[in-house]
Design a protein around this ligand. Structure first.
Ligand SMILES: C[S@@+](CC[C@H](N)C(=O)[O-])C[C@H]1O[C@@H](n2cnc3c(N)ncnc32)[C@H](O)[C@@H]1O
Length: 286
């Protein structure tokens, strides 16, 4: 398992938005560059307590969160098997066997876990590539498809590229320009970096984009720590392209509800904090 960050607050926003997109767009082809493992045994530490565990505790009191698909999927995996579902298993759960999948990860343990879940869920069209996700998804994008698709890009390093390949941000621009649905995740640990990936991506593509950014704010200091995901000054966001206006509205509603649900929340360091949710569009219709 190469992903140590599962179930933290950054996953809550990423996966809540992804679930809205999956449910509303119902792509028949789904590709993911950095898929991680299928599922993760839950850990009861401060980060998950503030992340998925707090989310599930409070979601029932906020109508939008109470009925969002992410809550139902996460609650069912956690309640039934004490597992946190990663983005790929979330996609498999929401889309089922009606869609085909290309799931990439360089880590052999993660790839093996993805294959195991595809078998367990009896998916017939699931390819797991133990390969560089940018190269594999770029090739997938060039295939004649004739079916609506969605690409989820969740990079460790937005600028890293393999020999002859493109970076995660460059691939995101190609996906956006191709008309294929895009969900792109980014993180940061300085307040001045809010929505940085959106700023960079708008220069690389002509496509309409939407960005939903969540930043942790509080009383202690200004610099964050993305590894902990609950320190003031830490933030993360999701950029969408080629999705319907109703999907953007649904993601906006979930982001606002998340900020309301975490107002004055006790951070793992014992201080009180808030989430600042902001949206941006590049003036073109998404
Ligand atoms: C943060 S985890 C992914 C989490 C997952 N997308 C989710 O939301 O549940 C990042 C994963 O990227 C993988 N990885 C890193 N560089 C990669 C690359 N160039 N191509 C494919 N996978 C890569 C790591 O092995 C790790 O499992």
């Amino acid at each position: 398992m190469a992903n140590r960050h599962f179930g933290k607050l950054s996953d809550v926003w990423k996966h809540a938005a992804l679930a809205e997109v999956l449910e509303r767009e119902a792509p028949l082809r789904y590709a993911e560059t950095h898929a991680g493992s299928g599922a993760y045994p839950i850990v009861h530490d401060g980060e998950r307590q503030f992340g998925i565990l707090r989310f599930l505790d409070v979601a029932a009191r906020f109508e939008v969160l109470a009925r969002c698909r992410y809550r139902a999927v996460a609650a069912s995996w956690l309640g039934g098997r004490s597992l946190y579902p990663g983005s790929a298993l979330l996609a498999m759960t929401v889309l089922g066997d009606a869609s085909s999948y290309l799931l990439c990860d360089l880590d052999s343990g993660s790839a093996a876990d993805l294959r195991r879940w595809a078998r367990e869920l009896s998916l017939h069209g699931c390819e797991v590539a133990e390969a560089d996700g940018m190269m594999a998804v770029a090739a997938w994008l060039d295939l004649p498809a004739g079916k609506p698709g969605l690409v989820h890009i969740d990079p460790f390093d937005p600028d890293a590229r393999g020999p002859g390949g493109c970076s995660a941000l460059e691939l995101a621009a190609r996906v956006a320009d191709s008309g294929t649905g895009l969900v792109y995740w980014y993180g940061y640990d300085q307040p001045g970096e809010q929505a940085w990936a959106y700023t960079r991506l708008t220069v690389l593509t002509c496509a309409p984009l939407w960005c939903g950014d969540v930043m942790v704010t509080g009383t202690s200091g200004t610099a964050g720590d993305l590894g902990r995901a609950t320190t003031p000054g830490t933030g993360f966001g999701v950029i969408l392209a080629n999705v319907q206006a109703g999907t953007v509205s649904a993601c906006t509603a979930v982001g606002n509800a998340l900020a309301n649900a975490y107002a004055g929340a006790l951070l793992p360091d014992g201080t009180r904090g808030n989430l600042t949710f902001t949206t941006r569009t590049n003036g073109r219709t998404v």
